[in-house]
Design a protein. Structure first.
Lengths: 487, 514
């Protein structure tokens, strides 16, 4: 060992270092800004994201130049590959949009503090290690960094009871699931004597099928992971946390951390637990079916849009897990496409919800959407496009994600699951159309215009262009997603 | 000109889409109406050269193919044969008529109304032109959204219910169809290596008969809901009754045809062994026959004028599917003629209802009676259309029904016998409707001052009536256009059908000679 830091180590950690620096920088300069200049914090954070994204692309280019598909670092505890960079870029874009929609929202809530943006960057920092980690300890620390930032963000409205309640539930269940995950990790360590995923995979392959210790390790690890992505039956925290959190944070929590958690889950299942895939594939199939069922059916009866989106996101988790159940290249490609597309369409919908927030009304009941078309036709049409995308109607991007998942199920001969999953598209359409009917066919609740800020406008533009463009001309995204398959 | 000739399909297809943005521009409602009408009329004119330049070659003509999503093998591939040509002409004509007939019916949110119609037009044309099944699926789904809004915003009292029912029903069918498509697509990849959604490529896939039945069922659900066949028809009366007049016209006239077109273009050629499986054929035919008789019986007892016409659609579309599944040249070409007829006469019937509905705002049959006394022109037009709908010779309905019955008779005599009862019942409910609304004394005082049709309403109906007479008196061009594509389908589902037909008399002669 020639030194603590070697070779690529500096290079590979730069995205994380950048995020940490910008986060701390925001905390330092926050008190210098006057109240009306607080938006400068957001600008700083966006700059940080820009640099991070640039650095990620640089790592990718470097990798391509060297003709390698992955770059290990920090004594094999990090592994940067196309998969990690792809997921990280999705997280960065989602955070970018989430920051854009936060400025006006926080002003209205009178909670405009620099910490907010710093925490988002810190969460992103955690995600970077969740996605690139190859070592249980690195992975766990990454996860906790993200999760802790998330708890604080969910409870950011200190004076709001719902926000406190949601954050508390989120924290308690999150801590519980982290405990389970840590327990699973300790068992994996006990089996293999190593914290490295590759070594764990080798050790598990030696175990006979049906080994009790290995099964227990799988069960606890999987439970912890499924808690993090909010799959049924480990989903109870999601509706409360989503409802209580500030809307901009809900938009953030339902996209970037979710994408990271999926990357994390896929990495552990494929790189670490792959020898046991005969055991976890049927389990994931059941979880996926349960998630689609509970998510879709519960969403029908929701009257709060944020809760509705929480349940709809649970059903989307079901679809994404199906890609892993199929387990073939198309399925993994489908997951990649789905997560990217989901980030944009979901954030787009949340952007419209954020624009509904005004000083006097919260704007998170379905009734608040009524007559949106009369108040702001543009926003209503965009919301319609996002909802159609979430339902999976072509030619929006949402169809593309579902397309790959269905195809992967057909390829792996899971016909029953495929029929099941497709029929739930119709159920989902029902509740999305309920919102559409509110927007277009009901009289407006109030005549007040929406609170549109430049940030919200940019965010709407970005998400709309992504949702439509990826739907109409998906070729580049398909190729990116294909290159980013975890091999 | 060459550019126009080479890209005529794309131009016809996307012309209405441009109109969507165009109608958004003007501020005044009347200007919007003018723009939409003129735009749709030009759209119709643009499609006319298709008829002149159509060569009846039996292959896909005017085809254009461009790469779209190379990594999954989806292409932008459009082209038409005789079957699509007729339906496209029906679409462009009815599309224009629908826009024209809405002039005084729509007062709220005029811009959006026309925008949705233009979008719908683009979707429908896309469905009939696509030769790439991925492209087809996109158009098939796209078109649901504007129709949902047309029913949901400008519809009657239960519009929300009807709109979502329409959307959900169709979506359930189409996602199951998507699975069938994906299965074929995957099998193509397994057998030939590449990826393709092209119909002609997917037809090469070899699938065992048993699996083909399942694939066919996927297609069947998708298309049968759209047609709609009994027992998938329950969304239709709701959608028709609640939709505005133009919505009903386009729904009956064109949207229902997408289901039957789907059978002819996709289900039969892609899964010939599944579609000709004796149990499948029996099942589909029995459902068609039930549809014919049931639709007619339910029509007989309707109190709502529009609902009566809606149920008559179920009966008429039963004929169409019966013709398709007779799977012989007469059945198939009769079925296509009948699709046109249904578009013409049922479209016109909905327009007829719309004319009095606009004046009286009720569709209860008992509210009317004796209208022929004060609306003679209206009564005459209605008479002609009634005759066309019940299949009186010299009008279009006769040609279609007769040919279908001929085809059904060739396939199985019992089918034809049952189906004939539908013709009789059809005459019964239509004539009884006519009698109740038009004849007798004008008793209801609210009807005293009804005005007869105006020039615009006349202009809306006359093209349809002229078309009805054309098909009724001189159907030969239609059969000529259909001959080759229909023969292709028959040859695909019954290989060697025509050789057998030629041989059959010889064999009979040989047998007699013994």
């Amino acid at each position: 060992m020639s030194g603590f830091f070697t070779g690529n180590d500096y290079f590979l950690t730069t995205p994380a270092v950048l995020l940490a620096l910008f986060g701390c920088g925001i905390l330092l300069i926050d008190f210098l800004h006057e109240a009306r200049h607080k938006f400068m914090n957001a600008v700083t954070a966006l700059l940080g994201l820009g640099f991070t994204a640039y650095q990620l692309v640089r790592i990718q280019t470097q990798m391509d130049l060297q003709g390698r598909t992955e770059l290990p670092g920090l004594h094999d505890s990090l592994l940067v590959d196309h998969f990690a960079i792809y997921f990280m870029l999705v997280c960065v874009s989602a955070t970018f949009v989430a920051i854009l929609i936060s400025v006006r929202y926080l002003e209205i809530e009178r909670e405009h503090h620099g910490e907010y943006y710093a925490l988002m960057l810190f969460a992103l920092l955690g995600m970077y290690f969740m996605l690139t980690g190859m070592d249980l300890v690195t992975l766990f620390i990454g996860l906790e960094t993200m999760a802790l930032s998330g708890y604080i963000l969910a409870g950011f409205l200190r004076r709001d009871k719902r926000s406190n309640e949601g954050a508390m539930k989120y924290f308690l269940l999150g801590a519980f699931s982290s405990g389970l995950l840590a327990f699973g990790f300790s068992l994996l360590y006990g089996i293999s004597g190593s914290t490295n995923l590759a070594a764990i995979s080798q050790a598990l392959a030696q175990r006979p099928p049906g080994d009790v210790l290995a099964s227990l390790a799988l069960l606890t690890t999987a439970t912890g992971l499924l808690f993090k992505v909010a799959a049924v039956p480990f989903h109870q925290w999601a509706p409360d946390a989503y409802e209580g959190a500030p809307t901009s944070v809900t938009g953030f929590l339902s996209t970037a951390p979710k994408a990271a958690a999926f990357g994390f889950l896929i990495r552990i299942f494929l790189a670490g637990l792959f020898p046991m895939h005969l055991a976890w594939q049927p389990m994931l199939a059941m979880i996926a079916v349960a998630s689609m069922t509970v998510g879709n059916l519960a969403a029908i009866s929701q009257n709060n849009t944020k809760r509705l989106f929480a349940y709809s996101s649970i059903s989307h988790v079901g679809y994404i897990l199906l890609g892993l159940v199929a387990g073939n290249a198309t399925g993994l490609q489908g997951i990649n496409v789905y997560i990217l597309v989901y980030a944009f369409m979901n954030l787009g919908a949340f952007t419209v919800l954020v624009a509904l927030r005004r000083a006097d009304i919260i704007g998170d009941e379905i009734e608040d959407l009524s007559g949106l078309y009369y108040r702001n036709p543009g926003a209503a049409v965009m919301m319609l496009i996002f909802l159609l995308a979430l339902a999976g109607i072509p030619p929006t991007a949402g169809f593309l994600g579902k397309y790959f998942i269905f195809l992967s199920l057909i390829e792996s001969q899971h016909y029953g699951l495929a029929i099941f999953a497709t029929l739930y598209v119709a159920v989902a359409l029902y509740y999305y159309m309920r919102m559409t009917a509110m927007m277009f066919m009901k009289e407006p609740a109030s005549d007040e215009p929406l609170s549109m800020s430049p940030g919200i406008k940019i965010a709407l533009g970005l998400t709309l262009v992504a949702t439509l463009l990826i739907g109409i001309y998906p070729e580049p995204v398909i190729q990116l997603a294909n290159a980013a398959i975890l091999r | 000109m060459d550019f126009f000739k080479d890209h005529i399909l794309s131009i016809t297809l996307f012309f209405p889409l441009v109109g969507v943005f165009l109608v958004m521009l003007p501020k005044k409602d009347d200007t919007v109406r003018w723009v939409a009408n003129v735009w749709m009329f030009i759209g119709f004119l643009l499609s006319l050269p298709l008829v002149c330049w159509f060569k009846r070659s039996g292959d896909m003509e005017f085809s254009e193919q461009y790469a779209w999503i190379p990594s999954i093998g989806a292409t932008y591939h459009v082209g038409i044969d005789g079957i699509s040509l007729l339906l496209i002409m029906l679409t462009t004509l009815l599309g224009f008529i629908c826009v024209l007939c809405s002039w005084s019916a729509i007062h709220e949110r005029v811009k959006e109304y026309y925008a949705f119609f233009l979008l719908l037009q683009c979707g429908m044309l896309g469905v009939f032109m696509s030769l790439d099944i991925f492209l087809f699926y996109v158009f098939w789904e796209v078109m649901l959204v504007p129709m949902y809004f047309i029913i949901g915003i400008w519809g009657g009292p239960r519009k929300l219910y009807a709109a979502i029912k329409f959307f959900l029903y169709t979506l359930v069918g189409s996602v199951l169809m998507l699975l069938s498509i994906l299965y074929l697509y995957f099998q193509y990849h397994a057998q030939f290596g590449g990826y393709s959604f092209d119909i002609s490529e997917l037809m090469k896939v070899v699938v065992d008969p048993h699996t083909q039945v399942w694939i066919f069922l996927g297609f069947f659900v998708g298309f049968a809901i759209k047609v709609p066949m009994f027992p998938f028809h329950t969304w239709l009366p709701d959608a028709h009754v609640e939709a505005p007049t133009a919505g009903s016209v386009i729904l009956a006239g064109v949207l229902l045809k997408m289901g039957t077109y789907g059978f002819m273009r996709f289900a039969l050629p892609l899964t010939p062994l599944g579609a000709t499986n004796s149990k499948v054929v029996q099942g589909v035919v029995i459902l068609s026959l039930i549809g014919i008789v049931y639709g007619a019986l339910v029509s007989l007892m309707q109190k709502d004028w529009k609902k009566l016409v809606a149920y008559s659609s179920v009966s008429h579309m039963g004929f169409v599917t019966l013709g398709i599944f007779a799977m012989n040249p007469n059945g198939l070409s009769g079925s296509l003629i009948q699709q046109l007829n249904h578009g013409i006469s049922t479209g016109a019937l909905f327009l007829i209802v719309g004319i009095v509905y606009e004046r009286r705002h009720t569709r209860e049959i008992s509210e009317y009676g004796g209208l022929s006394n004060i609306m003679p022109i209206y009564a005459t037009l209605f008479m002609i259309i009634t005759m066309s709908s019940i299949g009186v010779p010299a009008l279009n309905g006769f040609i279609g029904e007769f040919t279908i019955l001929q085809g059904a008779f060739e396939a199985n005599r019992v089918w034809a016998m049952v189906a004939v009862s539908g013709v009789v019942l059809g005459a019964a409910y239509m004539l009884w409707l006519y009698q109740r609304t038009m004849f007798g004394q004008l008793t209801n005082p609210k009807n005293q001052n009804l005005k007869d049709v105006n020039v615009r309403e006349l202009a809306v109906l006359l093209p349809l009536i002229a078309w009805a007479f054309w098909i009724g008196l001189y159907p030969k061009p239609y059969f000529d256009i259909l001959e080759k594509p229909v023969a292709k389908i028959v040859e695909r589902v019954h290989p060697g059908y025509f050789a057998q037909q030629k041989a059959a008399p010889v064999q009979a002669a040989v047998a007699e000679g013994k």
